[in-house]
Ligand binder design. Structure first.
Ligand code: ZN
Length: 163
């Protein structure tokens, strides 16, 4: 089969179906969403999605997310904490607050400017994000609505995300 590389075994019924590349909505947390590139197939039994390199994809999203000029939204704080694979206790210990304060932030209580910037720096270090600290000075104090991101794959297979 010459097209073997582009065929995929349906996860539900086992039929081999063609795969195509498509940008689809990817739910992160709550109101925060991203559009990501994935391989999609339409089978007689339904539609399937195959995500590739999900770890690097989430890493690209986290790295793009911390560059937003407005304050981190509650969903973004939770996403970043989970991306760092930390419990509220571990995360709170780094930021210098109690686990219940972490929970309040993730549920909508405003996070102070200093904590907001510290959380971004933790992610910068975690994923070795290219980040000019001068950008911190440009983070505003308003518009905590979560941003929409778009993640696409580069030719070499790595991910690129942008707001
Ligand atoms: Zn099927």
């Amino acid at each position: 089969m010459s097209n073997a590389k582009k065929m995929h075994k349906c996860l539900d019924c086992g039929q081999f179906v063609p795969l195509r590349r498509e940008e689809i909505p990817f739910g992160l947390i709550g109101k925060w969403a991203a559009t990501v590139e994935a391989r999609v197939y339409d089978c007689a039994c339904g539609r399937g999605v195959v995500y590739e390199a999900v770890g690097p994809m989430l890493q690209a999203i986290a790295a793009a997310g911390i560059k937003k000029p407005s304050r981190l939204a509650p969903e973004e704080i939770r996403f970043l904490r989970e991306h760092l694979a930390m419990s509220a206790k571990e995360f709170g210990r780094l930021v210098g607050v109690t686990p219940s304060q972490v929970s309040r932030w993730e549920n909508g209580a405003p996070m102070g400017t200093t904590a907001d910037r510290l959380v971004r720096m933790i992610e910068v270090q975690h994923d070795s994000v290219e980040f000019d600290v001068q950008q911190l000075a440009e983070i505003g104090d308003t518009a905590r609505a979560p941003m929409r991101l778009r993640a696409v794959r580069n030719k070499d297979g790595s991910w690129k995300a942008a707001a």
